[in-house]
Structure formats: C-alpha cells, structure tokens
Design a protein around this ligand. Structure first.
Ligand SMILES: O=P(O)(O)OC[C@H]1O[C@](O)(CO)[C@@H](O)[C@@H]1O
Length: 432
C-alpha cells in the first residue's frame, strides 16, 4: 500500500474487540459521507475532487504558472489558514531545502506584524514580483490588510501594469476579493463552494502557487486520485485512513487527548502545520477533540523527547516515515576512526534514521505512549498527494466518530467577529 498504518507498536495498547466495535460506526458514517448526507455534507466537495477536476482548469493553472515562472523572481502568496498552509507544506516537502529554486515563494497575510511587513517590503525591493492573493471569504482581516499594503506597493512600482501581476483565488461570485477582480481586472481562479479552506490544497488554492514553485501538480493529483480510489471502502483492513481514525478515537476515549505527529524528515515541518489546522479546526469543538501537536526527530528527541518519555501520560504519537531510501550517499569510512563511527561506515543516513525511529518508538512505548506508525512508500509528488487525501479522509471520519461536524469552525468565527467589533468595523457591534 502507498500509505499504510503499521500496527506493531500499538497492539499492546488496543484490544481487537475495540476495533471491531468501531467498524460498525465507520460503516454507517462512511455510507452517509459518500451519499453526501452526513453532517456538513455541503462541504464534501473534496471527496471526489481529485477525479473530477477539469482538464481545462489544470491547463489554465499551468499556463499562468509558467508565465510567472518565466517572468518573475518572487511570488508572494497572501492568505491565512487553509489558504496558504497546504502550499507551504507541499512546497517545503518537495522542493530543495536550501533555496536552490530559481522561483521564490514568500508568504504574507498570516500575521499582523509590522516588522514582518517592513522586512518583506525591503526584501522585494528591486525584484520582479507577482502576487497570488487567496481568500475564500475575501473578508479575512489579516490577508486583506496584507493585500492592501502590497497592492499599493505594486501600483507604486509598476503603475497600471500592477494589475497584471495580481492573481486572485477566491469564491466564484461572493466577497470583496471577487469584486476587486471585477473592477480591477485581475486574473482569477475559483475556490469551489463545496470545499472549505483546510480541504482546499488540491484546488487552485494550492495548485497554482505550487505549479509556480515547480511542483509536478499532475503527479500530486494522481496520488490523491489513487487515494480517492483506494480509500473508498469502509473495511478497516483495507482502508488505513479509517484504521488510523479508529485508533485515534479509541485512544481519545482512554484519555490520550493529545496526538503528537512525529516525522524524521525536517522537510515535513510545514506539513505538520497543515495537518494541525486540518485536525484542530475539524475536531476541536463542543468541548471535544484531540489536540494536534508535532515534533521533528531527531531535533526534538533532544528537547521535547524528555516530555514524551516521562511526562504526563495524555499523549499518543503518530510517527510518519518514508520507506524508500532515495539518497545514495553513505557515511564515509575514516582510517583514523577518532570519532569511533566506523561501525556505521557505508550505511546511508536513511538506514540510521530508520533505527532512530525504532529506537524512539520502543522507548516511548515502554514509557507508556501509544505509537501509531504511518509508512509512506516514497517522498515524491505522487505520494504527497496520496498522503494529503489520506489525512483529509481520516480527519473527516475521525470527526464523525466523535460526533462533530468536520467542516465548520465556529470558534474561529467568534474571534473574527470580536476583532471587527474591537477595531470598530462599520456595521458591527462595539466591544470597545
Ligand atoms: O480563505 P479565507 O476566507 O480568508 O479564510 C482563511 C482561513 O480562515 C478560516 O476560516 C479560519 O481559520 C479557515 O477555515 C480558513 O482556512
């Protein structure tokens, strides 16, 4: 299987009967989800999106991305939450670690830091810049402020030509951003109405900036399409996204209320952030939910590893590993052997990293931490698309198993409302 859940470390924590009991609930939730009759069904568009995205849409994305790649130095992606996390996750996972790309992607609109904005404006001075502003609602304060500021910079630099450098990704008909598209003539992409922010990375929200970044978006979608097919049945032995969801909820019922996603690949750091939004916003409501946290090993084995081993027993861990060794360079032999490392000579880092995974998993299990092991066949565009779909499907099922709507975020809406009131936005109440 392309992504599979290895149960070797979890067996001692969960009884077979518990999984069997889960199977019945999963069958009902699965049927309702696929018949689009489950809670929040109006946002289930992502379910068959990989197999239904139009060729014409893909061609439009590729053509426009290629123009940007040819002509620009930097693409600024303006967006918050699901409007940028997926792009950053996939870009960081699939493109080189050390800025070797000719096309640079930078991000804005995720914070209200004056320092960040000033640094950004200084950095782009003298560079050839395009902007992809992404907001489904078109009204989120942080990206709207960033867009206003950067748009002014663009018009100051390029005059009326600035409009040609702005690509907006937003709702087809609603919101302030769509209005700007109409009045200023920006090029635009549509966010399907039935796909929410955190499930949108495989739409133009992620595909356009990722194509600009040089990611093979067709392979990404092919992987997701394969996952859509593989994960379309409810049986836990075949559907490991559901198996993962079942284990999460069994552990949650036992009081393991925090899940720590652990990767042994630093390029996964931004992917963890995408995963946190996906599960945090989907499950954390009505006083329920598993708190999503993350670590990168070996880095965090030398900091949070201590807590994992001996701290409060409220954690379970999901370790993600890439199985194939894709890098052939080996640890060199050294005549002097002053560091005593010759016993590792000729091994690849991947081989040693796998031992680090097993060493940490064994230690944490011994320390009372249930460990789920998610094995991804290789690190490439195809498997990344597969993994994204895998997590989206697992997340929706897990939320349904705990009895919440995976597709709303009432808590976030409350802070947005408060912000409008405190800032004195016309038409809102006044909390000042
Ligand atoms: O795309 P928008 O409408 O600006 O929203 C951005 C993000 O804000 C949220 O509504 C709340 O964080 C997310 O669901 C969404 O990804």
């Amino acid at each position: 299987m392309t992504v599979s859940l290895n149960e070797k470390y979890i067996k001692e924590f969960v009884e077979e009967d518990e999984l069997t009991a889960m199977q019945d609930f999963i069958e009902v939730a699965h049927r309702k989800m696929h018949e689009k009759k489950s809670m929040g069904a109006e946002y289930l568009g992502w379910l068959d999106w990989p197999s239904s995205i139009k060729e014409s849409e893909l061609q439009k994305i590729e053509k426009s991305a290629e123009e940007i790649r040819q002509e620009m130095d930097v693409l600024i992606v303006i967006g918050i939450g699901g409007s940028y996390l997926g792009t950053k996750a996939v870009k960081k996972l699939l493109r080189p670690s050390f800025g070797l790309d000719s096309m640079q992607i930078i991000y804005a609109g995720q914070n209200l830091s004056g320092r960040y904005m000033e640094d950004l404006l200084s950095y782009i001075e003298g560079k050839n810049v395009a902007v992809n502003v992404i907001s489904k609602s078109g009204t989120t304060t942080e990206p709207a402020i960033a867009f206003r500021t950067i748009r002014k910079w663009l018009y100051d630099q390029y005059g009326e030509d600035a409009a040609k450098r702005i690509i907006a990704t937003t709702d087809a008909s609603e919101g302030a951003l769509r209005k700007s598209v109409e009045t200023e003539g920006f090029q635009s992409f549509e966010i399907p109405p039935d796909i929410g922010g955190r499930y949108s990375v495989l739409t133009a929200v992620g595909l356009f900036p990722l194509a600009v970044a040089g990611v093979d978006i067709r392979s990404l979608l092919d992987g997701a399409k394969q996952a859509e097919k593989d994960l379309a049945e409810p049986n836990l032995s075949a559907n490991h996204a559901y198996l993962y969801a079942a284990y999460r909820q069994i552990l949650n019922m036992r009081g393991y209320s925090t899940e720590v996603l652990a990767s042994y690949e630093p390029a996964m750091t931004a992917f963890h952030e995408w995963w946190k939004q996906l599960f945090g916003e989907s499950e954390g409501k009505q006083g329920k939910g598993i708190f999503p946290a993350s670590v990168i090993y070996s880095t965090d084995l030398h900091s949070l590893g201590q807590y994992l081993q001996n701290g409060r027993r409220i954690l379970f861990e999901t370790m993600v590993s890439f199985e194939e060794d894709q890098h052939s360079s080996k640890i060199p032999f050294d005549e002097e052997n002053v560091d005593g490392l010759n016993y590792l000579a000729d091994k690849t880092l991947h081989e040693v990293n796998k031992q680090a995974l097993d060493a940490a998993a064994l230690a944490h299990v011994e320390g009372g931490v249930p460990v789920l092991s998610l094995e991804v066949q290789r690190l490439d565009d195809f498997h990344t698309g597969y993994l994204i779909y895998f997590f989206m499907k697992a997340c929706a099922m897990s939320a349904y198993l705990s009895g919440v709507n995976p597709f709303d975020q009432p808590g976030v809406e409350l802070y947005k409302q408060n912000m409008f009131e405190l800032l004195g936005k016309p038409g809102y109440g006044d909390k000042r």
